[in-house]
Design a protein around this ligand. Structure first.
Ligand SMILES: [Ca+2]
Length: 103
């Protein structure tokens, strides 16, 4: 699959889960995440990294990020402890910044 096909598939998956106001609730997103068969502890970690703005919902960017992190793990690589800069959705950068300062 090339990049465009991957993004198309991701978008269809996201839409098929029935986002409300462009966001998936934690419970809805979890249904998709558990399909990866990764342990809950790992999924929890993925969730924390993917919900960049910590609002308890995954929008399309965050969902894409969660799926990416799942792939990283499924390929046998470790999930980063903190999100590397290049993985942060551009539209979320200011929010991440706020989170870091708010710790
Ligand atoms: Ca979020």
């Amino acid at each position: 699959m090339d990049r465009q096909q991957r993004e198309g598939k991701l978008r269809r998956t996201f839409e098929s889960l029935g986002p409300v106001n462009g966001k998936l609730s934690g419970a809805t997103a979890k249904e998709e995440l558990v399909k990866s068969k990764l342990p809950n502890a790992v999924l929890g970690k993925i969730w924390k990294l993917a919900d960049v703005d910590r609002d308890g919902y995954l929008d399309k960017d965050e969902f894409a990020l969660a799926m990416h992190l799942i792939n990283v793990k499924l390929k046998g690589n470790e999930i980063p402890f903190e999100l590397p800069d290049h993985l942060i959705p551009p539209r979320k950068k200011d929010k991440v910044y706020t989170c870091f300062w708010g710790r």
